[in-house]
Design a protein around this ligand. Sequence first.
Ligand code: C2O
Ligand code: CU
Ligand code: CU
Length: 453
Amino acid sequence: MGWTRREVLVAGAASFGAVANWPVLAGGRRWRGQEAYALPVPQETPASLPLLNCAPAQVDMGDGVLRGVLAYNGMFPGPTWVARQGEWVTTRLVNGLDEPTITHWHGLIVDHANDGGPFLAIPPGGQYDYQFQIRQRAGLNFYHPHPDMLTGKQVAMGLAGAFIVRDAEEDALGLPAQQYEVPLVIRDASFDKSGNLVYNPTSSGFRGKFPLVNGTLNPMLAVDRGVYRLRVLNGSNARVLRLALANGAPFTVIGNDGGLLARPAIVTQVLLGMAERLDLLVDFSALGAGQGVALQCLDARWNLVQFVGSGKVGVSYTPPAVLSAVTALSGPSQPTRTFSFDGMSRINGKVYDIHRIDFTVPFGVTERWRFKTGGNAPHPIHVHGASFQVVSRTGGRGTLYPWEAGWKDTVLLNDKETVDVLIRFDVYRGLYVMHCHQLEHEGSGMMANFEVV
Ligand code: C2O
Ligand code: CU
Ligand code: CU
């Protein structure tokens, strides 16, 4: 099933020559001038993977230079996990780093022992066995380290990978698949003089100088004349992406963190916070052989991926008016709890303490959580153990966006904003964390422990 790296590389190589004449986005940063490299599609792994080894590795980011990173099973990003609803996932994490780590499955609803929160970190040389069942709907999730105070460093150094869940509801839509479904793991990165990844955060977090997509510099993908399903993750530590196509063409959002939206939404840009995901349909049927269009981050003035027409016929696809049955949670109209994200390291005035349980939440009860910022945003707020529905944003942007509908596990809080979500923990009881997913904020203490009882 799915993509092989080789097919994509061959397809990319075929139109390699077409890239040279592309206009460069004014002011945009480029890696070594005009060169572009074939976008690799990370190798897939099925639900059971005997070994998940995290260790230093040398990888080629497209330009042939071997660069030092931290990698899962030597891959950057790590293998793309694919599992179906109901399936069991098993793996053994082995810590080949010289510091503690643990792997968290961001967006997967699993019990405490499998959640990979900071309490479960293992020492260098240690191992941790995971075994959990997929008990949620289809969607794009991901995995990354979560040791207290070290998440930002380990993610920036390369440890992250996509985790795709599939189910019958999604199957029934007949969405573009195989080579027409492409994961885009987007992040920024900086390099030392030898070209290795470096982690050099400033007081406002780690912001890399170059974009990488699926671990590649200046990536390009040959696309057939048809519709593509792009599965996008913002895997940056501290960079919000404002995604748009270079020609301003509209595209269709069909899903986000928690899977399919109820209805497709047509947009021309999306503001995507750290750890947020998107499921997009992009129609390249007007792209002739050798013609190109880039997916950009308008704020960074970056071309993220250049799509180049292959001239071949692809697939056509029109999404149905209703994609999925999303039942709205009904809950209190006043907040059950309010969390103020203060400075760069506190929630409700408190710095994270791994040994302190900050609050308890009743199992199976819908609550309304209010997230406020005391400045220093953006704060993408993430909760483990349940998905939520975003019900209001006041102040700041003052509105909700179509890509924030349906189910979410991370919501972007900008300066002056107050965001309310409805949330219900109805799968597992136990100890979880909520935190800001600006990873330097998380690492300096903008995180809380809570127990579902
Ligand atoms: Cu993606 Cu608690 O993290
Ligand atoms: Cu998470
Ligand atoms: Cu924050």
